[in-house]
Ligand binder design. Structure first.
Ligand SMILES: Cc1ncc(C[n+]2csc(CCOP(=O)(O)OP(=O)(O)O)c2C)c(N)n1
Ligand SMILES: [Mg+2]
Length: 546
């Protein structure tokens, strides 16, 4: 005999859960108490939103659902943003919230909200445990659904009176069975191969589905066998190494960019594991004249600019290998010009000594201190756009960008989760001063867990990306400026290290020092965002090399 809460925890252990991120509350007391006897490590955080972001990044890096826990009402509403981010970025996540007793859920009652309804639009599965016997089924289904392509969120509401009930020994966790991707139908493989063989200038767009399905090596084989150039979305950076001669770089800026020039020329676009939420087809396919081949585990979203010539649904690696077998190789596709532009842009600012620092210079130095396996997280803002364009990756999941829901505040909690998953790698977050202040409280969590991470703040005293949009659209800006605390002293007040970069040439040694101090280090970097509008001007006048 044990309580329903203990059964829930046994079911979570059965799913292989290592960590639960969250905050204890009155209505989840039984679950918290049951966790005291469990090998699962509970990570106490300082804001539920951060718990959800940690679960989000944990899910993205491991492919296993990250788990977060809150109390009812305000605890659960705080979880919502990070949870929605995971759901829309297709990271597997399971959130569990305490709930008022079933005897008071039907009426106005302290902190009670209909949580199943609240999470319904941002989840794949949202359910309340209203009978103790269903716990094994609910937990198994929540994990199965969250993990299945395309991954996303499962939410479980757990009323306090059910959690406290006694459950018989005969109710046991269910056997964990992973969903298997089906084999692609041969007729579709042949159809895709015919279109590719007949193409004049095919191009591949690789999305995060390639990374999720562990199909990066198959993609590289496909690219090399057929000689077709490949661009990745922001979230799929590193799916093909940037240094690969057929890799064009990352695409996704709303404006035209060098990589997009390849798309202009293409008559066939092969989308592999592409999540439409990242880069809408009307941005890269406005006239709808190209032939699209969709290779994914799930059916294509219906969109007037994404009408398929062939759709190959099944295990992505198997689909790629089979299509490659039947398709003709392309010779002499020159991709050099496009990549050269990006590389030239990176190099030309490598020694730029202006101050405040230019985004290009900062990213150059950042790339130098980060090894191929180290992990850079971007928060959301103008800095993210620069990272997405210019930070080149050799390996997948080494630059984490939220590009679906794009929620500010993911960076600091995300870095904590990344360091938990990969303690042996350097983990750095680049965040705006706006996004940093949304979850900077988690510095305390990182220190408590003894997780050394480097937090680099691009200090422009404002909501830079919005200012950029305002200038671009209306030629003026407003309501986007603010002042900051002294970030060095702020860091020190937590017991972390604080650094301020006062000359461009100091950035590299300061970053090395920040990693060497082996604790949480905050690096305040004044940034020159006049480069934003210069980039807009440059890309606005962009004429694609032929
Ligand atoms: C939670 C949330 N609120 C608002 C936005 C809209 N938004 C996107 S970027 C941005 C400004 C970001 O400012 P900052 O963090 O300082 O980064 P910067 O653009 O200056 O690099 C805002 C308000 C968002 N994406 N997420
Ligand atoms: Mg800013």
């Amino acid at each position: 005999m044990g309580t329903a809460a203990q059964l829930l925890v046994r079911c979570l252990e059965n799913e292989g859960v290592e960590y639960i991120f969250g905050i204890p509350g009155e209505e989840n007391l039984h679950v918290i108490d049951a966790l005291l006897d469990s090998p699962i490590q509970f990570v106490t955080v300082r804001h539920e939103q951060a718990a959800a972001f940690m679960a989000d990044v944990y899910g993205r890096l491991t492919g296993r659902p990250g788990v977060c826990l809150s109390t009812l009402g305000p605890g659960a509403t705080n979880l919502l943003t990070g949870f929605a981010d995971a759901n829309m970025d297709h990271a597997p996540i399971v959130a569990i919230a305490g709930q008022g007793a079933t005897t008071r859920m039907h009426k106005e009652s302290h902190q009670v909200l209909d949580l199943v309804k609240l999470f319904d639009p941002v989840s794949k599965y949202s359910v309340a445990i209203l009978e103790k016997e269903i716990i094994p089924e609910v937990v198994r289904k929540a994990f199965k659904v969250a993990k299945a392509e395309k991954p996303g969120g499962s939410f479980i509401s757990f009323p306090e009176n059910i959690a406290a009930m006694e459950v018989g020994e005969e109710v046991l966790p269910l056997k964990v069975q992973g969903p298997m991707a089906p084999y692609p139908p041969q007729v579709k493989v042949e159809q895709a191969a015919r279109v590719i063989s007949a193409a004049r200038f095919p191009i591949i767009m690789a999305g995060n589905g390639v990374v999720r399905s562990h199909a990066c090596e198959a993609l590289i084989r496909f690219v090399e066998k057929l000689g077709i150039p490949v661009a990745t979305t922001f979230m799929a950076k590193g799916a093909v190494p940037f240094s690969h001669p057929l890799c064009l770089g990352a695409i996704g800026l709303q404006a035209k960019d060098y990589v997009a020039c390849g798309f202009d020329r293409a008559d066939v676009v092969i989308c592999v594991g592409f999540d439409m939420v990242e880069y809408h087809p009307f941005l890269w396919h406005p006239r709808g004249e190209k032939k699209i081949i969709h290779i994914d585990q799930t059916y294509a979203e219906v969109d007037s600019k994404y009408m398929l010539e062939a759709g190959v649904i099944g295990d992505i690696a198997i689909s790629l290998d089979r299509i490659a077998e039947l398709s003709c190789r392309r010779e002499n596709v020159s991709t050099a010009t496009l990549k050269e532009y990006i590389m030239a842009e990176q190099e030309c600012f490598a020694a730029d000594s202006s101050y405040p620092l230019k985004p290009q210079r900062i990213l150059c130095d950042t790339r130098r201190v980060m090894g191929d396996d180290d992990i850079l997280l971007a928060d959301v803002g103008a800095h993210k756009m620069w990272i997405a364009r210019l930070y080149s990756c050799e390996k997948p999941n080494t630059c984490l960008i939220s590009n679906g829901f794009a929620a500010m505040g993911i960076g600091v909690p995300g870095a904590i989760a990344a360091k938990l998953v990969y303690p042996g790698r350097r983990v750095m977050v680049i965040t705006g001063d706006g996004g940093f202040m949304m979850n900077s409280q988690e510095i305390e969590t990182a220190l408590r867990l003894k997780l050394p991470i480097v937090i680099m703040i691009w200090n422009d005293q404002g909501y830079g990306l919005i200012k950029w949009h305002q200038e671009r659209r209306f030629g003026r800006s407003g309501f986007v400026d603010f002042t900051n605390p002294d970030f060095v002293r702020y860091a020190e007040s937590f017991g972390a290290k604080g650094f301020r970069v006062e000359r461009a040439g100091d950035l590299l040694p300061v970053l090395e020092q920040a990693f060497a101090c082996n604790t949480v280090a905050v690096v305040d970097v004044p940034v020159d965002y006049s480069e934003n509008m210069k980039l807009t001007g440059k890309l606005g006048n962009l004429i694609c090399p032929v």
